[in-house]
Design a protein around this ligand. Structure first.
Ligand code: NHR
Ligand code: GAR
Length: 217
């Protein structure tokens, strides 16, 4: 069984969607730890209430980014995870950290990458007047918000949207695609080829396990 560590900074609604997907059996993994860089992150309570061990590595206790990264990596390594999931994690991670977790570190970003990397994506999408916005799950590389894309979901931008209404529409899709991406990773179905992600079809035997297969209409 794949072991997963989740990193958060705040509310933790993506964390909750992942915990629920594991509990319902749709992700074949164990969430072995939840780490936050802020002691006040609400998601820490969500995890503790579900019996998941939590840990805080407060970035304000470190003078240098590299020192924070090293302490965070050491705290994660104690859980011996196969996959590290950034779920609303708000600190940029340095090369050494990214390299240490290469090909087993993923992020959800609230825009249709490569549009709007970085912060305040919904505000910037509204300011640009884009009509389609969304969210992206990607492997994390040293190049901020530019790693190989695993899955994206798009939503319309409506004329009367403000930052809050647009963020809520995107967030609903985040809660769909992050569990999907984590499931594919845990099923061993994600392949990296020339900086792109390929999704392998389910194993041939799988169809028999869920026969009869569902068809549209
Ligand atoms: N690190 C690397 N190397 N590569 C990525 O793709 C990363 C990453 C760390 C976090 C999440 C990302 C997002 O989805 C993420 C992707 C924080 C910032 C940021 O500017 C930007 C992008 C992301 C997360 N953070 C400020 C900083 O100085 C602090 C902001 C705060 O603490 O509120 O680190 O959007
Ligand atoms: C989510 O919208 C996530 O995509 C975004 O922050 C929110 C966290 O919500 N992530 C970033 O902006 C990363 N810089 P949550 O804590 O409820 O999952």
């Amino acid at each position: 069984m794949i072991s997963v560590v989740i990193l958060i900074s705040g509310r933790g609604s993506n964390l909750l969607s992942l915990l629920n997907a594991v509990d319902s059996g749709s992700i074949p993994a164990r969430i072995v730890g939840v780490l936050a860089n802020r002691p006040a992150a609400q998601g820490l309570q969500t995890a503790a209430a579900r019996g998941v061990p939590t840990c805080v590595v407060d970035h304000r206790q470190f003078a240098e980014r590299e020192d924070f990264d090293a302490a965070l990596a050491a705290a994660i390594d104690r859980f011996v995870p196969d996959l590290v999931v950034l779920a609303g994690f708000m600190r940029i991670l340095g090369n050494a950290f990214v390299h240490h977790f290469e090909n087993r570190l993923i992020n959800i970003h609230p825009s249709l990458l490569p549009a709007f990397p970085g912060l305040h994506t919904h505000r910037r999408a509204l300011a640009e007047g884009v009509r389609i916005h969304g969210c992206s799950v990607h492997f994390v590389t040293a190049d901020l918000d530019h790693g190989p894309l695993i899955v994206q979901a798009a939503v319309p931008v409506l004329d009367d949207d403000d930052e809050a209404t647009l963020a809520a529409r995107v967030l609903a899709q985040e809660h769909r695609i992050y569990p999907l991406a984590v499931r594919w990773f845990c099923e061993g179905r994600l392949r990296l080829l020339d900086g792109r992600v390929l999704l392998q079809a389910p194993q041939a035997g799988d169809a028999a396990l869920i026969a009869p297969q569902l068809v549209a209409g």
